[in-house]
Design a protein around this ligand. Structure first.
Ligand SMILES: [Zn+2]
Length: 210
């Protein structure tokens, strides 16, 4: 079995709970579930339909502002971006559009618009997305390839701290969450891309393309 992020084979057991086992990669530190635990498209879609967040809900906007505010502070006026994995109600895109940014939408379930993945952007947002990716290595590489030089990738995902905290972590219990990043994983990925990396708070990661 190989790591879905770095594709190395040095993976070892990390944790096991009532439903799933979790492996950790020695190369990139990604924690992930074996492929047999990934949901099929239909079951995954059903889970997402249960967890819709309506545009304009102030609590959800405050949550998204943790990424939107530091990202917007780094962008030029009118910058063009992509909300990758925007879901059925693209609240983050609306927040950024209100500030004058141009935002395209892509979601493999709700907005499967291939044209959105065929051009270049000043910024790409992926909020609560990377933990769902079945092939994080190739999917992150594809997003990175869509960024213009100097462009920003803004990610929001909860981060693995250590094994002890992981055992009690509610985040791992969502059946659609299949890979779990840590600061170490993002440092590895940023170094591999030659990216400038910033951590904002507990769960926001900003990466700048050189
Ligand atoms: Zn790895």
């Amino acid at each position: 079995m190989r790591c879905p992020l770095c594709h190395e084979g040095a993976v070892s057991p990390f944790h096991r709970d009532q439903r799933r086992s979790y492996l950790r990669c020695a190369s990139c530190a990604l924690v992930f579930v074996p492929a047999r635990y990934r949901l099929c498209r239909e079951a995954e879609r059903a889970e997402y339909d249960l967890h819709q967040n309506a545009v304009g809900e102030s609590g959800y906007e405050a949550f998204l502002a943790r990424l939107a505010a530091p990202l917007a502070a780094r962008l030029a006026p009118g910058a063009r971006g992509l909300d990758f994995g925007c879901g059925p109600a693209p609240a983050l895109a609306h927040m950024l559009q209100r500030q004058g940014f141009r935002v395209s939408l892509y979601d493999s379930f709700y907005r499967p618009d291939a044209a959105a993945l065929a051009c270049c952007y000043d910024f790409i947002c992926a909020t609560e997305v990377v933990e769902h990716l079945h092939r994080p290595g190739s999917e992150l590489a594809r997003l990175w390839s869509l960024l213009l030089p100097g462009g920003w990738l803004g990610v929001m995902t909860k981060l693995v701290r250590d094994r002890e905290a992981f055992t009690r972590w509610h985040y791992k219990n969502d059946p659609t969450h299949v890979c779990f990043f840590s600061r170490e994983t993002w440092r590895w990925w940023a170094q591999r891309q030659g990216a400038h990396l910033e951590f904002i708070g507990a769960d926001v990661i900003l990466l700048r393309r050189q």
